[in-house]
Design a protein around this ligand. Structure first.
Ligand code: GLA
Length: 405
């Protein structure tokens, strides 16, 4: 018994020495986090009224009940540090203070997230957490914060693994369970070192509200949703319950067409990406609301296996993606990236689809599945070849369930 205890102790300290022991709070984000963030639509133009109104709109629109529980305040909420070094919110924008705002969000059955940065200043030029990590974590815990997004501007020569480890330790020391959202834009391959530290990590630079553009901002670029999707190649093996690849907050409701919004949402679900809405939910159209609250699509994203999907075929602007789901089910997305409609013929029985990473195969040659398209709720089965047209810049997203033979 004693020898056994010594072996366990030895293993634990070896894990700690190797830096592989989890520092982040356990048991959080077992499925990809869902919520809203202020940045994509509002940038620095935020205040407590916006956060309260958004919280109310998320309740009345059904978003909260569909799973979007985090209300995340991004950059520019900050005021000055007080005489003791504790960060305060901007008194003009947040006159009631962060504790009152957190209480309000909690009273509506939701959780609240906040933003800081590992450098001296945030990307918006506000006070960063460098040198104040433990104090900031304590302050957030006192306010009742549930999630911290931690950015990477003005970090000079800091190494990201050290910087994110310091804040992860500070959060643990503060004692209030918080989801830790790592935002260093994928520059230093966080998927290789961030799993013990954070619950999600950005894989790319910033998203922008176009289909496939690249927008230059001088020293950095932002990318449209298809460009961001392409940057996820090779990363699926790093995602799973409690540790997710984050291809950035969504632009659903901000893209030029409903078709593009739908395709964007479907592909984020196929990736098992965090679903953080970035639109103005107070004024969204019925079509945007229907996309964001589509429970069948959300269920693809939130599936308990937590397996990110993979492209099975890519040709001439048409991609066919598969995602294994619990209960031997599968999701299949037909993504038309082109600006004209495309016909798709897919003879299931002739396709040898396999998820080699997880050793899973649908085995269409010997197993029939029912098909349900999750936006139109039309049905079918894999007994017959699929013969459909996918509209321009759109998706058909199917759930496949085994039919007992
Ligand atoms: C960076 C992040 C964005 C946003 C802004 C705020 O660009 O990647 O998501 O948080 O900073 O300034």
């Amino acid at each position: 018994m004693k020898a056994f205890a010594l072996i366990i102790l030895g293993l634990l300290s070896a894990a700690a020495a190797a830096g592989t022991a989890d520092i982040k709070f356990p048991d959080l984000a077992q499925t990809p986090p869902m919520g809203w963030n202020s940045w994509n639509t509002f940038g620095c133009n935020i205040d407590e009224n916006l956060i309260r109104q958004t919280t109310d709109a998320m309740v009345s629109s059904g978003m909260r009940d569909a799973g979007y529980v985090y209300v995340n305040i991004d950059d520019c909420w900050h005021g000055e540090r007080d005489a003791n070094g504790f960060i305060q919110p901007d008194p003009r924008r947040f006159p009631a203070g962060m504790k009152a705002l957190a209480d309000y969000v909690h009273s509506r059955g939701m959780k609240i997230g906040i933003y800081s940065d590992a450098g001296a200043t945030t990307c918006g030029g506000h006070p960063g957490s460098q040198g104040h990590e433990y104090q900031d974590a304590l302050q957030y815990a006192r306010w009742g914060i549930d999630l911290l997004k931690y950015d990477w501007c003005a970090t000079e020569d800091r190494t990201p693994a050290e910087a994110y480890r310091t804040m992860a330790r500070a959060l643990r020391a503060a004692g209030r369970p918080m989801v830790f959202s790592i935002c260093e834009w994928g520059d230093n391959k966080p998927w290789l070192w961030a799993q013990p530290l954070g619950h999600l990590w950005r894989t790319t630079g910033d998203i922008t509200n176009c289909w496939d553009c690249v927008v230059s901002h001088g020293s950095w670029e932002s990318h449209g949703v298809m460009a961001i999707l392409d940057k996820q190649a090779g990363l699926r093996k790093y995602a799973g319950p409690g540790h997710w690849n984050d291809p950035d907050m969504m632009e659903v409701g901000n893209l030029p067409s409903v078709n593009e919004d739908r395709a964007h949402f479907a592909m984020w679900a196929m990736l098992a990406a965090p679903l953080i809405a970035g639109n103005d939910v107070r004024t969204m159209t019925a079509a945007t609301r229907a996309i964001l609250t589509n429970r069948d699509v959300i269920a693809i994203d939130q599936d308990s296996l937590g397996i990110s999907g993979f492209p099975y075929r890519k040709e001439a602007g048409l991609e066919i993606w598969f995602k294994p789901l619990s209960g031997s089910a599968w999701a299949v997305a037909l993504l038309n990236r082109a600006s004209t409609p495309q016909k798709v013929q897919f003879d299931w029985k002739k396709e040898d689809v396999q998820d080699a990473l997880n050793d899973l195969r649908p085995q269409f040659d010997r197993q029939v599945y029912s098909l349900t398209e999750l936006f139109s709720h039309t049905g079918g089965s894999t007994a017959k070849p699929l013969d459909v047209t996918v509209p321009a810049r759109d998706v058909l997203l199917y759930r496949l369930e085994k039919i007992a033979l």
